[in-house]
Design a protein around this ligand. Structure first.
Ligand code: HEC
Length: 191
């Protein structure tokens, strides 16, 4: 008879509770490895979930979906106003689409940091043609009222949707209050 089959040989622990005593046995290896495995997995899971950006949290997934829904809603609204342009400028979908258009069409004159060059600075706190979103939209659609200035009309090349995206991108560098407080050199352009 092997030792295992003869519990009498096993040591009893002195501790008694409710009349119950325990054998002082080593836990079986299969059990220990399941336990160690669970501990290792917990650490890996915790790390990749909360510390590395390997796995998306539920909150991040929901947030991304909500941004998509909002993007579709704003695009479907079709109506351009100061309010809708501000909303677009706070929407990740609009801003990232706008950033691509900006890199493609506007960067040569306004610079990657939007600080200007051939074109004017779009992130300083002074506007030439109006301190409201509609004015920016208007100048991108129609070009500058100053025909010698070199800011062309973009509506034919980009269409309304892309113009609103690129304006949303420029607005994402600004806040409503800051823009309203900024001086404008000419009366604000309207649509
Ligand atoms: C060929 C150079 C050039 C390109 C390309 C260009 N711009 Fe401009 N932009 C200008 C210039 C120059 C002005 C100043 C116009 C003026 O003085 O009337 C300007 C003015 C503006 C203004 C008004 C700023 C203010 O202070 O009122 C906005 C907004 C703007 N551009 C956005 C854009 C966007 C968005 C694009 C890309 C779709 C773009 N621009 C492409 C040269 C350019």
């Amino acid at each position: 008879m092997s030792k295992k089959e003869n519990p009498q040989d096993d040591k009893l622990r002195p501790h008694v509770y409710d009349g119950i005593q325990e054998y002082d046995n080593r836990l079986p290896n299969w059990w220990l490895w399941t336990f160690y495995g669970a501990v290792i997995l917990t650490v890996m899971y915790w790390f990749s979930w909360y510390n590395a950006d390997v796995m998306e949290t539920d909150a991040a997934i929901v947030e991304a979906q909500m941004a998509k829904v909002e993007e579709v809603r704003l695009a479907a609204m079709g109506e351009i106003s100061n309010d809708t342009l501000w909303q677009m400028s706070r929407n990740a979908g609009f801003v990232s689409a706008g950033s691509e258009i900006f890199k493609d069409k506007c960067v040569a004159c306004h610079g990657a940091d939007l600080k200007g060059g051939i074109g004017v600075n779009l992130v300083d706190d002074e506007w030439k043609w109006g301190n409201q979103p509609i004015s920016l939209y208007s100048i991108v659609v129609n070009g500058s009222p100053d025909k010698k200035a070199g800011m062309q009309a973009w509506i034919n090349e980009l269409g309304a949707q892309k113009v609103s995206q690129v304006v949303a991108y420029v607005l994402s560098y600004h806040t409503e209050q800051e823009m309203a407080d900024a001086p404008t050199l000419n009366p604000p352009l309207e649509l």
